[in-house]
Design a protein around this ligand. Structure first.
Ligand code: NAD
Length: 263
C-alpha cells in the first residue's frame, strides 16, 4: 500500500517549533494519557516480536504465545519465556521511560497505558501502569488463577509449578486469541475517554483493542500526538506526528516543559 501523506492532518517531522508547539499544548494543563508499545523499549535493547533479532530458534512469537502452544508443550513455551526474561532482565529503562515516570507526578490525572510486558515502566518508577497485556515478571496458576511476582532468571524449574497446589504456572501475559484483563481494559477506556491529550509512543497501532484507544480519545475531542520513526495507521488521525525515537523526543519535550521553553 502507498502512503498518502497529504491526506494526514498531522503536523509532521520533528523540528524545534513543532516540539515547542507540543510543549505548549501540554503546558496548558490538559488531562494527559500516554499509550506505549514495544518501540519505547527498543532503545533499551529489547527485541520486538517482528524483528529478526526477536526470533528464538526457528519459532515465531505467533507459534509460541498462544494457549494452544502452552497446552501442547508447556516446557517449550516456558523455555522461550525464560530466554526472553534473560534478555529483558539485563535491560534498563531508557530516557523515554524515565520522562513518563516523572510526568505521573507532573500532570494531575495522568494515565499510562502500555502494551509492553517487559516491566520497564515500573522499573523506571511509574507507579500506576495499566499493563494491557500483562507482565512477563509475573506468573499465574493455571488451576487457581493466583498471580505472583516471579523475579528469578533463569527459572530454577521449567515448567514452573504452583507452590500451593502443584498445578502448572503460566506467564501472566495475554496470548494471541485471549481477552485482555477486563478491569485494566475498562480503566484504559476510561482514561482514553477522559483525556485532553493522548501521546502514542512506539506502537504500530495494529494490535486491537489497544489500537482503538487513541481513536476513542480523538472521538471525544482529545489531541493526539504520535511519536514513532515510521507512519502507522494512526498517523492520519493524529494532530502531531513526531517522526523519531522516543528516547530523544520525550526528553526534548520534557526539557521545554522544565525550562519554560522559549519559542
Ligand atoms: P510493534 O512491534 O508492532 O511496533 C513497534 C513500533 O515501534 C513500530 O511502529 C516502530 O516503528 C516503532 N519504533 C521502533 N523504534 C522506536 C523508537 N526508538 N521510538 C519510538 N518508536 C519506535 O509493537 P506494538 O504495537 O507494541 O505491538 C506488538 C505486541 O508485541 C504488543 O502486544 C506487545 O505486548 C508485544 N511485545 C512487547 C514487547 C515488550 O514488552 N518490550 C516486546 C515485543 C513485543
Amino acid at each position: 500500500m502507498r502512503a498518502i501523506p497529504f491526506l494526514t492532518r498531522a503536523k509532521m517531522t520533528v523540528n524545534n517549533d513543532l516540539l515547542a508547539e507540543v510543549a505548549d499544548v501540554l503546558r496548558s494543563g490538559p488531562r494527559l494519557a500516554v499509550l506505549t508499545g514495544s518501540g519505547i523499549s527498543a532503545e533499551s535493547g529489547i527485541p520486538t516480536f517482528r524483528g529478526k533479532e526477536g526470533l528464538w530458534k526457528e519459532f515465531r512469537a505467533e507459534d509460541l504465545a498462544t494457549p494452544a502452544a502452552f497446552e501442547r508443550d508447556p516446557r517449550l513455551v516456558w523455555e522461550w519465556y525464560d530466554w526472553r526474561r534473560g534478555i529483558i532482565g539485563t535491560r534498563e529503562p531508557n530516557p523515554a521511560h524515565l520522562v513518563l515516570a516523572r510526568w505521573e507526578k507532573r500532570f494531575p490525572g495522568f494515565a499510562l497505558i502500555t502494551q509492553n510486558v517487559d516491566g520497564l515502566h515500573r522499573k523506571a518508577g511509574s507507579g500506576a501502569v495499566l499493563e494491557l497485556h500483562g507482565n512477563i515478571w509475573e506468573t499465574r496458576c493455571t488451576s487457581e488463577g493466583t498471580v505472583a511476582e516471579s523475579p528469578e532468571t533463569p527459572l530454577p524449574e521449567i515448567p514452573p509449578r504452583c507452590p500451593a497446589c502443584g498445578a502448572l504456572l503460566r506467564p501472566n501475559v495475554v496470548w494471541f486469541g485471549e481477552p485482555l484483563p477486563a478491569e485494566i481494559l475498562q480503566k484504559a477506556y476510561e482514561a482514553s475517554g477522559a483525556c485532553g491529550v493522548m501521546i502514542v509512543v512506539g506502537t504500530s497501532a495494529l494490535v486491537q483493542p489497544a489500537a482503538s484507544l487513541p481513536l476513542l480519545a480523538a472521538g471525544r475531542g482529545a489531541r493526539i500526538v504520535e511519536i514513532n520513526p515510521d507512519a502507522t495507521p494512526l498517523t492520519a488521525a493524529a494532530d502531531f506526528s513526531l517522526r523519531g525515537k522516543a528516547g530523544e523526543i520525550l526528553p526534548a519535550i520534557d526539557k521545554l516543559l522544565v525550562s519554560g521553553g522559549a519559542r
